[in-house]
Design a protein around this ligand. Structure first.
Ligand code: DGY
Length: 431
């Protein structure tokens, strides 16, 4: 690049930074952010954790507020819901009347990937002021309670893994890994419902009707159990060990351990370490020998999905697996990096279920890229880490702050002006 081109590029980046900040500010509904004003008009759990990283780039108090607001909706048993319905909005289905979780504020009855601890540690590392220390000290026991909830309710095998009881808990709603386990869900008795997502977005970007019927059936089941998480986790119609949630929880526990040690919480450190040690051994349950990768595995049928998804590559972020397992995963990552113009497709383009524009069946997601890239960097895969970061930046520069992107053409898919994509630009890809 010559000097003029460099200046032009610098100017374009500053413009993008401003646009990203504006998106976060405009999606701020007062102490919490919506992922996107039309498609998702409430507070979402893992979205908020990532969004806090973006706010931390220009307003650290607002970043903490995002996470504190999320934990304001924590249930007494430590559970942190997937959605918090702070205010009414009929642009989304299923709303609080469908969930009937019986809480104030109204929430859904399922959870989402536990990434909050990792984001809290990132923000804390940015500014270790006394004021921020007090906030971390306030959040620490709340996050601990949430991780204990996972340990108590979602690890029936006692292997340090995470069982999801609804595809929405995984955050990767219609990932092909859930096709087989959710096919067994009985939809014969579901009541009538009206989707709202397809009023805002082209239906080719969204899950199929068959998926929604099953989502609704699983909600109706949970509601019939009055959201008793013990019953749902032991007897529910969908119980699948998610490779993504598992890897994110292991990483979050490692971040919690670092915080516990820094803050002198010895008892908690011992407890967290026991979870991490259990997972280090237990992770083999997800290893698919034939495929040579970590894959989600259905607890009910005891079948491995045999599907390599972007979540597989969070093994580097969690830093688990033997050297041999890691090197087999690296081979898959390199293979996909040759097959895909932009990394990281949510499943490999050569998989027959790949669908380039349809939500979690093909598109690239900035937050997943961030975690994979960070993991790759930490385990010494610098070139792959850099490639994922550059691809993410190019996707956003080419198409804008979309929810996700077509890995072959770079076209945006899902909602526009998306909070977590803006946050990932500010915190990582745009730097
Ligand atoms: C949706 O409604 O599509 C959300 O992803 C559920 O969390």
């Amino acid at each position: 690049m010559n000097e003029t081109e460099k200046n032009r590029d610098q100017h374009a980046i500053l413009e993008m930074n401003k646009r990203a900040r504006d998106i976060l500010i405009s999606n701020d509904l007062g102490g919490y952010s919506v992922p996107n004003k039309d498609v998702y008009p409430f507070q979402w759990n893992w979205d908020s954790a990532f969004v806090a990283l973006g706010f931390a780039e220009f307003d650290i108090d607002r970043a903490w507020k995002e996470i504190e607001t999320l934990f304001d909706a924590q249930w007494a048993d430590g559970f942190v819901p997937q959605i918090i319905f702070w205010q009414e909005n009929d642009g989304y289905f299923p709303g609080p009347d469908v969930w009937q979780a019986g809480k104030n504020p109204a929430t859904s009855g399922i959870t989402q990937p536990p990434v909050a601890a990792s984001m809290v540690r990132q923000i804390w590392q940015k500014d270790k002021s006394k004021k921020n220390q007090a906030i971390v000290e306030r959040l620490f026991p709340k996050i601990m309670a949430w991780h204990r909830w996972f340990d108590k309710y979602r690890d029936p095998l006692r292997k340090g893994l995470v069982v999801a009881t609804h595809p929405w808990e995984t955050g990767r709603d219609n990932a092909p890994e859930w096709d087989q386990p959710s096919a067994a869900v009985d939809i014969s008795a579901i009541g009538p419902y009206e989707r709202r997502d397809t009023l805002h977005l082209d239906k080719k970007m969204r899950p199929h009707k068959q998926d929604y019927d099953r989502y609704v059936a699983m909600i109706e089941y949970g509601r019939a159990q009055s959201w008793d998480h013990k019953i749902i986790a032991n007897e529910g119609p969908f119980r699948t060990v998610d490779v993504g949630m598992t890897m994110m929880l292991i990483r979050a526990n490692k971040d919690m351990l670092a915080l516990a040690e820094e803050f002198g919480c010895q008892k908690e450190a011992v407890e967290i370490k026991s979870w991490i040690d259990r997972a280090a051994e237990g992770i083999d349950y997800l290893w698919n020998e034939k495929i040579g990768a970590f894959c989600s595995r259905d607890l009910i049928s005891d079948r491995s999905s045999g599907i390599i998804s972007s979540a597989t590559f969070l093994c580097f972020y969690a830093d688990v697996g033997s050297d041999d397992q890691k090197s087999q995963c690296i081979k898959h990552l390199k293979r996909i990096s040759l097959a895909s113009k932009f990394l990281m497709p949510s499943i490999s383009p050569d998989n027959p279920r790949f669908d380039a524009m349809r939500y979690w069946r093909g598109p690239v997601w900035a937050v997943v890229n961030y975690m994979i890239s960070q993991g790759c960097m930490e385990v010494g895969l610098k070139d792959l880490s850099q490639r994922i970061k550059i691809d993410t930046a190019n996707l956003i520069r080419q198409s804008g702050f979309y929810e996700a992107f077509n890995p072959q053409t770079g076209e945006g898919t899902g909602g526009e002006d998306f909070s977590w994509t803006a946050a990932m630009w500010l915190h990582w890809a745009g730097k």
